[in-house]
Design a protein around this ligand. Sequence first.
Ligand code: FAD
Length: 379
Amino acid sequence: MASVLILGGGFGGIAAAVSLSMRLTSDDPITLVDRRESFFFGFRKTWAFLGTSPLAEGMRPLKALERHGIEVRQGTIESIDPGSRSAVVDGERLDSDAMIVALGAQAKPVSMPGLTEHGLNFYDPLNLDAAAAKLAAFDGGRVAIVLPSSPYPCAPAPFETALLLVEYFSAKSVEAEIHLYSPKPMSLPVLGKASCSVLEERLSDRGIVFHPMHTVEKIEEHKVRFETTADPYDLLIGIPGHVCPQVVVDSGLTNGGAWVKVDSRTLETGHDDVYAIGDVISIPLADGKPLPKAGVFAEAQAKVASARIVSRLTGEAPTAAYDGSGYCFLEVGHKEAMLVSGNFLAEPHPDVQLTEPAAEHFEAKGELERSRLSEWFSA
Ligand SMILES: Cc1cc2nc3c(=O)[nH]c(=O)nc-3n(C[C@H](O)[C@H](O)[C@H](O)COP(=O)(O)OP(=O)(O)OC[C@H]3O[C@@H](n4cnc5c(N)ncnc54)[C@H](O)[C@@H]3O)c2cc1C
């Protein structure tokens, strides 16, 4: 009998637990720990913010994973000891033979001073209803969407939100001028210059003004201050910077860096039988930029880590390796989406493309959610 402990019941943790449950016997206990009671897809936040569909429609109880033979523990992980593959959850120590750390990225709104007081933060589920109500009450003017300097989950989401807001305001006959500010020199640097130009042209075609190289310093009432300039706004939407959860930093798994360092192909942390996956890790790409934070990457990494654990527990040499391929849908409105896809770990630079908008990519996004909710929760 061998036990596996999965820390975090988000996209990556659930994918790992289900994958393990299909490969291990019922004699090998799999425990998944999360402080939350339920799971929903990240893009549900955008849909709830824009009133497209309520969060609750895509929410499923983690306890439903028990049908796979997974033990679900609801609680707060207070400390992690990678050396002994153990964690303390609400004061109780849990030991394991193999451990997967999938604790995600933690929003840090204070990294964008003034956001909490003056802006809308739809990345925070606790703020989502209030943010959606303020957006619904907005009767026109200048809208600022402000991106952080530090990484955040789903890099395309704010660009998607800007494009969807055009449709949202148009449907309500609200006159709005949308400005999108990023500290980066181009919209989605991982795409490369040519694809960024395509995206930026689309933004421009829709009347969205993109301001690269704008690092926010402070948000004041009706004014956002950047390093060298300040712009007015009537409604501000801020994407908070994210950090590695403190409990992971305290465990030593970040080795003094900002995120957990892993072998990019095996997801090994350097501690025997301890893996880390998803938003909590940072994998440098060939061009020096980090692998974007997205659920589909977390899921692919979960499958690799799970396969390697099963091989180790059954006495075989692990061969599963993460190949770096992944994709993401970028909705543009009118039930169409662009597809960002490719091999992010390709050499000598990431091989990532952006397609033209198509109804089939929009449908595939809905299918992504439907298929995972069905596979994981059978609902
Ligand atoms: C607006 C938006 C749109 C997005 N769209 C897409 C998309 O289209 N495609 C895509 O692939 N990705 C998308 N994402 C990104 C995706 O949601 C994340 O990348 C993904 O959830 C990361 O998975 P993870 O398992 O690493 O972390 P998470 O899913 O964040 O899970 C981490 C879990 O750890 C738990 N946890 C953390 N600390 C503790 C603790 N101390 N004790 C107990 N539990 C703890 C949390 O409660 C959480 O459930 C989107 C995100 C957002 C915000």
